[in-house]
Design a protein around this ligand. Sequence first.
Ligand SMILES: *Cc1c(COP(=O)(O)O)cnc(C)c1O
Length: 419
Amino acid sequence: MHHFIYRKNELYCEDVPIRVIAENVGTPFYLYSHATLKRHFLIFDEAFEGLKRLICFSAKANTNLAVLKLFESLGGGLDIVSGGELYRGLKAGFSPDRIVYSGVGKRVDEIDYALDTGILMFNIESLEELELIDKRAGLLKRRAPVAIRINPDVDPKTHPYISTGLEKSKFGINTETAIEGYKVANKLENIDIVGIDCHIGSQITEAKPFEEALESLKNLINELKQLGIEIQYLDMGGGLGITYDDESPPHPREYAKAIVKSLEGTHLYLILEPGRVIVGNAGILVTRVLFRKSGKNKEFVIADAGMNDLMRPTLYNAFHAIKPVVTTEDPPIMADVVGPICETGDFLAVERKISDVKQGDLLAVMSAGAYGFTMSSNYCSRPRVAEVMVKDDRFYVVKDRQNYEDLVAGESIPPFLED
Ligand SMILES: *Cc1c(COP(=O)(O)O)cnc(C)c1O
């Protein structure tokens, strides 16, 4: 059941023609389907039926408050990687005991904020971080619940920029050092060891790497038990991939199967941190064609959305399907779909067969719900675009488009430059 579908010759989001939204809010904008977000969350959660579990949505994939609030209302938790995401999570109404905090570079003020809030656990990524958290907890007279993020050295076979569980990556602590880390943690006065954690990468399209990582974590849990250290939460991170083009990642049920089988009958409480698999295909970026032009051997479609709005194509060479919002009878063309930014890397698609769109036509850049808006920037002083959520036959602007004043907010000219 898809919620971005053509009816006759027009693309709809649920029961709303996307053309109508564009006429109302202008372009470009991100568009999310409430029904798809909800369905993806529930399918993922229900795949782990039978286990004690908490699905902590990975905020960095999509931090819009409306999106976060939806997952909160469905019983989800939140995986955060910054103080800003903690702030958003609390704004969206997440109970602190449903928030886990990952990331290699937590600052003192962020640690204090999380300690004061009383989150479920810190996923620790270095021994220095562990010691700092213990110290801060002591000063603030708080207990610090922690898991150590293990780097299990498995190859997730994904883009190198989003592989995080290899020995050479900056994330987590290798299995040998981890035991040392737990021994240290066990002696620290203000630390409570509650979990073990890993996150091996993103856009992973096979189940095997997850199974290998799980084995590695279970072995460690047993080793720790010998040392008298009891693990309560097993956090398997996120990383399950989606179909952008022709990938065929395991269905969440398939992904869950091995994990459920391996954990059934244990006392372990499972935490998962899915991001992309929940929101990726629940959102699109809608852009309008500004111009067409013909190069020497190339056609260009110049859109009003660029790399600052959707960074994935230029950052990872990522593929996003591009569809016309209103279809035409004309034969398709081969073209580069590019944005208005002054960079050669500013493209949404290269040498792509697309509909023969003309000036003023609308394009839907598909699968843009994850790492779309959250990675966007104001480069070239382009206001950040609006975000819209559709539910049934209504649409809601869930983030206003920035205006020019927003662009200079907080900037000032020092007196010595004033004339
Ligand atoms: C980014 C991230 C996730 C989510 O990854 P997806 O591939 O979007 O599922 C989960 N956990 C951590 C620690 C992350 O950094």
